[in-house]
Design a protein. Structure first.
Length: 211
């Protein structure tokens, strides 16, 4: 098995220590940081994302795979930066104002990072203007909103309105998700994308950025 395939496989099994050692070995053997990232780490995370979407693996499996990926990217980050490799795009992510749930949001962050995207995670209980300010500061292409309560879903509309008021509505793709959120609701509030799960959210965000 090639070194890159071993990195991918160890990541899928959540073996952080092995991933770290294999990534270092790949660097020592002269593989480019971008190749290690794309064909080793991101390829493994992509497989986990698809399996998660198909209910073949579950939340704990994603968490340990993401931890293994982070162990590998820690070593690669300085090398990627010095070789001028940048993220494919940027996403501002958060749970809307009034909502303190973050498990779904955190899963989405892992899946987005697993696609090679840079994520500005604003956390929970985030007001509309903070989403917009963060998108402006970071030049993000996507704002991803999470809500788990029907009572906080309306905040998503506030973010769409705030982006319009700030004059960035045509520059950002607004994506919504969370248990009570539907595609119909997404259309109703004027958002762009709805995703039913974390892996689909990452796919949709990536597609919106590289279109």
């Amino acid at each position: 098995m090639s070194l890159l395939a071993s990195i991918s496989e160890s990541l899928q099994k959540g073996k952080a220590k092995d991933v770290k050692e294999l990534v270092q070995q790949a660097i020592d053997e002269g593989l480019s940081p971008k190749q290690i990232l794309d064909e080793g780490l991101l390829s493994g995370m992509s497989i986990i994302g698809n399996k998660f979407k198909n209910n073949e693996v579950y939340v704990p499996d994603v968490l340990i795979a993401a931890r293994a990926m982070n162990a590998g990217t820690e070593i690669l980050k300085p090398l990627l930066a010095s070789s001028g490799v940048t993220a494919a795009g940027k996403v501002v992510l958060g749970t809307v104002k009034g909502d303190l749930h973050d498990i779904g949001k955190n899963l989405v962050r892992m899946m987005l990072e697993g696609k090679g995207l840079e994520v500005v995670d604003l956390g929970i209980d985030v007001p509309a203007d903070k989403f917009v300010a963060a998108a402006q500061e970071s030049n993000a292409q996507v704002i991803a909103l999470s809500a788990l309560l029907t009572t906080t879903m309306g905040e998503m509309k506030s973010v769409v309105e705030a982006a319009t008021a700030a004059g960035i509505r045509d520059k950002v793709t607004i994506m919504v998700g969370g248990a009570p959120v539907t595609d119909a609701f997404c259309k109703q509030i004027g958002a762009d994308l709805y995703a039913p799960d974390a892996a689909s959210a990452a796919d949709a965000a990536f597609a919106a950025i590289v279109k």
